[in-house]
Design a protein around this ligand. Structure first.
Ligand code: ASP
Length: 644
């Protein structure tokens, strides 16, 4: 017996010796370092009484995070850490809420908090993100940190020095600001009428808005290719179990990707308000929807086959309680900081017999750099928060001043050897429009068109009257000989046998969600009898409507007028629910081709989808977007769309 006991002790000692020699510290925690900063936090806002919370009195939690940063829309790694600190959940547990809209909407799911630091920076978390997760206590105010050092490479990641907010579920680290000192509790300002016990509860379409402005209205979910099924338990905080049926849908993050520009600020402050037809609404942060490192993606479910349950619903997979599940979704409204909205600009410089074997490499390079310069000009205006109308007008002015395009300076000649110019501009936000036709002495017809829109009660002015009006508006009037270019004159001599065309156009989406379209042309070489083409005819060569798209056309104008090309594309979207790309293709590649109308269009919708189809050999075209996408193309074997 004694011997056995001795043997047992001997064995135990070897085991413990080997454990000390080689520990099982799987995460290779390095020493823990205290962070400098206040250990107190003020909680204010929609609370019964402002309170200062002493963090040391709360339980300590630990989370591990891999931090990254966003540089030029690419994600780069910073380091891996373990943070110890105090959970926002525990901090806010100490206060009594006083929600300002309590009487009208008692649920707490429309609350969010702003965490502000000493420097005045702030980041946002939804109440749901703090209170509802399956895995709680993932958002901390950290007061100490340890590096997680890789066992072989032994990389020593930069060590934070100050207390900081740590958002444990974020993929791109944008919300981890230093020295947090204050938490402000707020509720959404968005107003939706509460309709209790609606039956049947049905919302046919789901609006997607940015800062309250509609960007699209969906009757179908887009084919994102990201459908998934969650086997889960649907359990509410009040009523408990609702069901155990699986949920199948697409990722909400995919649906939203076209509506914001990724930046640290957008991830820090962006909020999504999701509301059902009955006025039930919840607050989500953009970060929890599109910036997760735990793959607990929220789903959008299409219930078209389920009687009376409403078309679209949201399933918040990351939440333990299903309170933020929204049925019959009527609207998703993204509240984004300035600069967070998308913008896009697309230009064209005419379509026609443009092919590689007919163009010298020098000319090709010249056209490409010109188109790039045009898109850059418009992009700079939009990126500063300028309007789509300004971007369109200024970009087209530049193209008009260049002798390379058939508009303004480079306008083609009529049969009689003159230059007669047409231009139009349209504002998609209110369908206001202006056009000039057959003008011979206005240096920048696009600006004259804008003046007609803004400073006259009319839509279209032509000839001498248009010039008189432009002069009263202070626009530059030039001698008709200004438009003489030897190249175009030679074109005329050739075109006396063979007709040619070309035009410039621009469509833009600004950060406010407004669309605009502009088009300017010298018309068709060798045109006669004061012929007017499609360009100044609203709905033919130029059209813009925020509810659908902005279109600028180039091609054989008579066909574009007869087929009301611009408006037809818009109508196919409005009445038939086609996407901007399907609608543009249908009109340009099928209808016009059947009719014998050569040319192309550039078209852009409010979500920044770009379509540039043409049925000729080539079309000068280019675009730039807030997401960093850019392209300059000429030939038919190059891209003709950019879709999200
Ligand atoms: N559409 C213009 C017109 O017919 C010419 C062109 O775009 O080429 O006047």
């Amino acid at each position: 017996m004694n011997k056995l006991l001795l043997q047992f002790f001997a064995l135990m000692m070897t085991v413990s010796a080997s454990l000390t020699a080689q520990t099982n510290d799987f995460y290779d925690d390095a020493p823990t370092n205290p962070l400098k900063g206040s250990k107190k936090i003020i909680v204010t806002g929609e609370v019964a009484k402002e309170m200062t919370i002493d963090l040391n009195k709360l339980p300590l939690h630990s989370i591990m995070v891999k931090e990254t940063t966003l540089t030029d829309s690419a994600v780069s790694f910073i380091g891996a850490y373990r943070y110890d600190g105090y959970s926002l959940y525990d901090i806010l547990d100490k206060i009594v809420l006083k929600k300002k809209n309590e009487a009208e909407f008692p649920p707490i799911i429309d609350l969010y908090v702003e965490v502000t630091n000493e420097a005045g920076e702030s980041v946002t978390f939804s109440w749901g993100e703090i209170y509802y997760p399956v895995n709680r206590h993932r958002i901390l105010i950290a007061t100490s940190v340890a590096r997680i050092v890789p066992s072989k490479s032994k990389d020593l990641w930069p060590l934070p020095q100050q207390t900081r907010v740590v958002a444990g579920n974020d993929l791109i680290t944008a919300r981890n600001i230093s020295n947090p000192v204050r938490i402000t509790v707020r509720s959404l300002d968005s107003k939706y009428e509460i309709k209790k016990n609606m039956s049947p509860m049905f919302s046919e379409a789901m609006r997607i808005c940015v800062n309250g402005k509609q960007r699209s209205s969906l009757t179908e979910l887009p084919q994102t290719g990201g459908e998934m099924t969650y086997r889960t338990v649907f359990y509410g905080r009040g009523m408990g179990i609702h069901g155990t049926t699986p949920f199948t849908g697409i990722m909400l993050s995919d649906l939203l990707s076209g509506y914001y520009t990724l930046s640290p600020e957008v991830l820090q402050k962006g909020i999504a308000v999701i509301a059902g037809v009955d006025g039930y609404r919840a607050a989500f942060t953009l970060s929890e929807l599109v910036n997760r490192n735990d793959q607990e993606e929220m789903l959008v479910i299409d219930r078209k086959d389920e009687q009376g349950s409403g078309r679209f619903s949201i399933f918040p997979a990351a939440d333990f309680f299903s309170d933020r599940a929204i049925k019959s979704v009527m609207e998703i409204n993204l509240l984004l900081p300035v600069g967070g909205s998308k913008w896009a600009i697309v230009v064209h410089g005419g379509a026609g017999t443009i092919s590689r074997d007919r163009m010298s490499p020098e000319t090709e390079t010249e056209y490409r750099s010109m188109i790039k310069a045009m898109t850059d000009t418009g992009a700079a205006i939009l990126a500063r928060g300028g309007t789509a109308l300004d971007a369109v007008e200024r970009t087209i002015r530049l193209m008009e001043d260049s002798p390379m395009f058939n508009a303004g300076k480079g306008a083609v000649f009529t049969h009689e050897g003159r230059n007669e110019l047409d231009a139009a501009i349209m504002d998609g936000s209110d369908l206001s429009a202006g056009a000039v036709a057959g003008v011979t002495d206005i240096r920048n017809p696009i600006s004259a068109a804008r003046k007609v829109m803004e400073a006259s009660p009319h839509v279209m002015l032509y000839g001498k009257g248009a010039s008189e009006f432009a002069a009263t508006q202070g626009l530059e009037i030039v001698d008709p000989s200004y438009f003489y270019t030897e190249r175009r004159y030679q074109d005329l001599q050739r075109a006396l046998e063979d007709e040619k065309h070309g035009t410039v156009g621009c469509v833009a989406l600004d950060m406010n969600g407004d669309l605009a379209a502009g088009t300017s042309t010298g018309g068709m070489t060798n045109k006669r009898y004061n012929r007017i083409g499609d360009t100044p005819v609203i709905g033919a060569g130029n059209y813009a409507n925020n509810a659908t798209c902005a279109v600028s056309a180039t091609g054989h104008g008579e066909f574009f007028i007869r087929y009301t090309v611009g408006h037809d594309i818009s109508a196919l979207m409005e009445y038939k629910g086609l996407t901007v790309d399907s609608a543009s293709r249908l009109v340009v590649k099928e209808k016009l081709v059947r009719a014998g109308g050569t040319g192309g269009v550039i078209a852009l919708d409010c979500a920044g989808n770009i379509s540039m189809p043409f049925n000729t050999e080539g079309m000068y075209r280019g675009y730039r977007t807030s997401g960093g996408d850019a392209g300059v193309y000429i030939f038919s074997d190059e891209p003709d769309r950019l879709l999200h």
